[in-house]
Design a protein around this ligand. Structure first.
Ligand code: SAM
Ligand code: SF4
Length: 327
C-alpha cells in the first residue's frame, strides 16, 4: 500500500461497496418505485475484469481491506460466483448483501467461490406484510435462503431490517427473538431518505433509542464497545447473541465513515448521499494506466464533504435511489 485514501478531514477509507447490478426482482418501497426503473444497458455495466482491476488497485495501493458486494440484487448478476472467486483472492474481508430469495440455490456456489459472510435483508416476518413491502410473495424463500446460508457455513449470517414507523415497528421483539433462535445477527437500520417515491419524512424514522429500549424490555441488552463499523452493537445479557443498529439518521456517523462506493455503471462515490460521482468507467475504458486510475480514486476521496445533512433544510437528496447507488 502506498497511498491511503484520506479525505480533507483526515478520515482514512478502507471499506468498499461494489454494486454489481441495478436490477432487482423485489420492489421494496423504501428503495425502488413500484413500477421498477429503467435498467442499465448491459454495456454500461462494469465487467468482472474491470471490477477486479479497480478492487485490486484499491486493496493493493490504497489500503481497502473490506469489500461488500451489493446492488440492486447482486444475485441477479450472471455468474456472480465467478466475481466472488476473483475478489476472494484479494487480501480483504469480503461480504455480500442480498434479499436472500435465491440463496437456496446460490449459497453453496458462493461459499465454494470463497465468500464467508452474508447479509440478508428482511423487513417483516408476516407473509402478507412482506409481500406488500416487496411486491413479491417470497417470505418462505427468503427464510429458507437464510437457512441455506447457515447450512453451508456462512459465519456470520446477518439479517438487515429497515425499521419504518407504522409499517414494521411492531416487529422489533419478534426480529430479536428470530435472531436469537436462528443464531443470526439482526441489524436494525434507520429508514433513510433514499426511497424512490420520496415518501420519507423524519416522522417515519424509528430511532436507535426506541429500537434498543423496545428490545431491551424483552431481552436485556448491554452495549459492545464501538468500532469504526456503522452499526452500534449490543449483546444480550444472557449470552443469546447480539444485535446491531445502523443509526444513520439519529446518530450520524459521518465523522468515522470509512466507506467508498462503486456503482454498477462504474461511477465512484465518496458518500452514500453524495450528489457528485466520478466517472471511473470512462477512465477505465479510455485505456488509462494504474497511476491515472489511482489519481482519480484518491482525488475523489480527497473531495469528500464533511457529511450528510439529513434533517437540515439544505439537505439535497441524491439523484439516484438506493437500488441504483448500491446500498
Ligand atoms: N438487494 C439487496 C438487499 O436488499 O439486501 C442489496 C441492495 S439493498 C439497496 C441494500 C440495503 O439497503 C438493504 O439492506 C436495504 O434494506 C437497504 N435500504 C434500501 N433503501 C433504504 C432506505 N431508504 N433506508 C435504509 N436502508 C435502505
Ligand atoms: Fe431490491 Fe434490495 Fe432494493 Fe429491496 S432493498 S428493492 S431487494 S435492491
Amino acid at each position: 500500500m502506498n497511498r491511503p485514501l484520506v479525505d480533507g478531514f483526515g478520515r482514512v477509507h478502507r471499506d468498499l461497496r461494489i454494486s454489481v447490478t441495478d436490477r432487482c426482482n423485489f420492489r421494496c418501497g423504501y428503495c425502488m418505485p413500484a413500477e421498477g426503473l429503467d435498467w442499465l444497458p448491459r454495456g454500461d455495466l462494469l465487467t468482472f475484469e474491470e471490477i477486479e482491476r479497480v478492487a485490486r488497485l484499491l486493496v493493493e495501493r490504497h489500503g481497502i481491506d473490506s469489500i461488500r458486494l451489493t446492488g440492486g440484487e447482486p444475485t441477479l448478476r450472471a455468474n456472480l460466483p465467478e466475481l466472488v472467486r476473483l475478489l476472494a483472492a484479494l487480501d480483504v474481508d469480503l461480504a455480500l448483501t442480498t434479499n436472500g430469495a435465491t440463496l437456496r440455490v446460490l449459497a453453496p456456489r458462493l461459499r465454494a467461490a470463497g465468500l464467508r459472510r452474508i447479509n440478508v435483508s428482511l423487513d417483516s416476518l408476516y407473509p402478507e406484510r412482506f409481500a406488500e413491502l416487496t411486491l413479491r410473495d417470497d417470505l418462505p424463500r427468503v427464510l429458507d435462503g437464510i437457512d441455506a446460508a447457515l447450512e453451508v457455513g456462512f459465519d456470520p449470517v446477518k439479517v438487515n431490517v429497515v425499521v419504518m414507523r407504522g409499517v414494521n415497528d411492531d416487529e422489533l421483539v419478534d426480529f430479536a427473538r428470530f435472531g436469537r433462535e436462528r443464531g443470526v445477527v439482526v441489524r436494525f437500520i434507520e429508514f433513510m431518505p433514499l426511497d424512490a417515491d420520496e415518501a420519507w419524512s423524519d416522522r417515519s424514522v424509528v430511532g436507535q433509542d426506541e429500537i434498543v429500549s423496545a428490545i431491551h424490555a424483552a431481552f436485556p441488552l448491554e452495549p459492545v464497545e464501538r468500532s469504526s463499523a456503522p452499526a452500534t452493537r449490543f449483546r444480550y445479557a444472557d449470552g443469546g447473541g447480539e444485535i446491531g443498529v445502523v443509526a444513520s439518521v439519529t446518530r450520524k456517523f459521518c465523522d468515522t465513515c470509512d466507506r467508498v462506493r462503486l456503482t454498477a455503471d462504474g461511477q465512484f462515490r465518496n458518500c452514500l448521499f453524495a450528489v457528485d460521482e466520478f466517472d471511473l468507467r470512462g477512465v477505465l475504458r479510455s485505456g488509462a494506466g494504474d497511476d491515472e486510475l489511482s489519481s482519480v480514486l484518491a482525488g475523489a476521496v480527497a473531495a469528500k464533504w464533511a457529511g450528510h445533512g439529513i434533517g437540515h433544510v439544505d439537505f439535497i437528496r441524491p439523484a439516484r435511489s438506493m437500488s441504483q447507488i448500491g446500498g
